[in-house]
Design a protein around this ligand. Structure first.
Ligand code: ATP
Ligand code: MG
Ligand code: MG
Length: 289
């Protein structure tokens, strides 16, 4: 006798997915609380290695490459799936957000960039030099280095890219959030003054720091443009993960980084742990106040 029993698939609840950075078309919803990010080989290599590294609990689970509508995607856990109306923050880590090789490449064929000039004056009309103003263009290396000094990237080793609060308000305008006090204010708003959430975040950041200090992967990679994704909701859950490995590249053996030594061109140091130290220090200070 054949028994018909309903085939139960527990689809995760539908929710508006939130993307705080990057190009809008880069992500697609997947099934079972997963999502698809437009394929990038560098990221694929990293996510694959991370699945067997001590950082495994601190990154989204990775499930390989899938195709959809003629494009390749990396399939990974949607970190928002277990939250209800989450508050989300993307913090880009490190004291520079371009790779050394990008700087070298940018110098190879020097070209005046009108698009970068326009971006520059949109943020700070006084930033271009006389010469740049006359030519209505800037060189890419100059633009790259100027951009890092606007936010807290150069001074604190991280910057806030975007915050979406549970009430739906979203702010991605932190390009000039630079000073410790400004960062603290933004974090205070993000957690809505909830010290319990602050404590959980701090704990999670300290765990992450220990894992990073143990990690073979971390020691042997230049980690640039990677973010920490902070997520909490009204239930009191608060977690942090590392995301975005599109610019995380392996070093030639036997080179390693400590991620705290200041960057000088050629040493490939990225300031990731220095930034995390500062972030942990800021969270700790907020809890004392
Ligand atoms: P960019 O390089 O400009 O930062 P990107 O295209 O590499 O952008 P990511 O930085 O990886 O994209 O992600 C952009 C945003 O998408 C993040 O700020 C976050 O809001 C969301 N996001 C990325 N990965 C995940 C994930 N695994 N789960 C939930 N949200 C995610
Ligand atoms: Mg990113
Ligand atoms: Mg990226």
């Amino acid at each position: 006798m054949v028994h018909w029993s309903p085939f139960v698939v527990s689809f995760k609840k539908r929710y508006p997915w939130v993307q705080l950075a990057g190009h809008a078309g880069n992500f697609q919803a997947g099934e079972y609380g997963r999502l698809l990010k437009r394929y990038c080989e560098c990221e694929q290599q990293c996510l694959q290695k991370l699945m067997t590294d001590s950082l495994r609990p601190h990154v989204p689970g990775y499930y390989g490459v899938v195709q959809k509508d003629d494009h390749d995607y990396n399939l990974m856990d949607d970190l928002l799936a277990d939250f209800d109306s989450p508050s989300i923050m993307d913090c880009k880590m490190g004291s520079r957000t371009y790779l050394e090789e990008e700087l070298t490449k940018a110098r190879e064929r020097p070209r005046l960039r009108k698009d970068m000039y326009d971006k520059m004056i949109a943020v700070d009309p006084g930033a271009p030099t006389e010469e740049e103003r006359a030519k209505q263009g800037v060189l890419k290396p100059r633009y790259m280095q100027w951009r890092e000094t606007l936010s807290s990237t150069a001074t604190l080793g991280f910057r806030i890219e975007g915050i979406k609060r549970a009430d739906g308000t979203c702010n991605t305008n932190f390009k000039k959030t630079k000073h410790r006090e400004q960062v603290m204010q933004a974090l205070e708003d993000f957690v809505d003054g909830n010290t319990q959430i602050l404590k959980l975040y701090l704990q999670r950041l300290e765990e992450l720091r220990s894992a990073l200090e143990q990690s073979q992967f971390f020691r042997t990679h230049e980690v640039v443009g990677s973010s920490l994704l902070f997520v909490h909701d009204a239930s009191g859950k608060a977690k942090v993960w590392m995301i975005d490995f599109g610019k995380t590249v392996p070093l030639p053996t036997p080179q390693t980084l400590d991620h705290r030594t200041p960057w000088v061109e050629g040493n490939r140091e990225d300031g990731y742990l220095w930034g995390l130290d500062n972030l942990i220090d800021i969270f700790s200070t907020m809890l004392l106040e």
